[in-house]
Design a binder for this molecule. Sequence first.
Ligand SMILES: [Zn+2]
Length: 329
Amino acid sequence: MGDYVVAVDLGGTQIRAALCDRSGALLRRASTLTAAAEGPERVISRIEDSINEVLAGVRGSQVLGIGLGAPGTVNPWTGVITNATNIPGLTDWPARDYLVQRFKVPSFIGNDANLAALGEFRFGAGKGTETLVYVTISTGIGGGVIERGRLYLGARGWAAELGHIIVEPDGPVCGCGGRGCLEALAAGPAIAREARARLRAGASSSLLAMVDGRLDLIRSQEVVAAARSGDCVALEVMERAALYIGIGMVTFIHAFDPQKIIVGGGVSKAGDLLLSTARAVVAERAMTEEWKRTPIELAQLGDDVGLLGAAALVLTESGSFSQKQDRSA
Ligand SMILES: [Zn+2]
């Protein structure tokens, strides 16, 4: 059986690939711009080039498999990327069959947020648990649920759209077409929008000076920085987002009974600015004493979570991870 795993993290901006060993060590990396505007054929050939680059000198028989995480809608059973977010034209691409044909090794495809959950579970903050919820908060909110060591996928592979649970029936319109979704109230753009609205309404804040009075330049990063320096408006805005995230977490706990909730994504860099309020909401509103104490922790894998998630998918699907664990036990 192969000693190596090839991991591919397909994003709207970048394609990243890595050659990994079974322990999740990234031995060799490649990255290139996705350049989605050049069309899906070019994106596919760049994926192939990246895999070839990290495979240099490695024989197919040494490779356990290729794992690829993609943004958007993916059928994890057929390995078809139905619709890749921010990569126009990459629709109904039979990614798994394509990779198997080109590289002659088993290949596995998953949704990027789902795979991030699997990556944290195997190699990051979820090590030692069996059942967890992973939430990623950045431009959007997504996630994944691990149920007894496996991804919970749902009937169609669409499960764990954690950003689109509705937390305000009459809330702002969401990118999904709905209204009042967690994402529309607590993702990075929602945090920035709320700060801008308060400044427009006349609130005085150090944020104004940070962007030279140009409200359109305010992103969640600026709000987090201002909150850290004690700015009251920024603190209120973060508190409000954290309240919604906490409410979302209570729902995740009630729905999935996780041992732990892991929070990743760019906005999670706010750390306790988000998590302390979220923990307080969970402690107040979850149904049982055990659930009130659900650990809520930051993700550990940083920018490599996509690659390690794709690697974890190959290890999980080929059954080699549990064998390895059994041997080391
Ligand atoms: Zn939504």
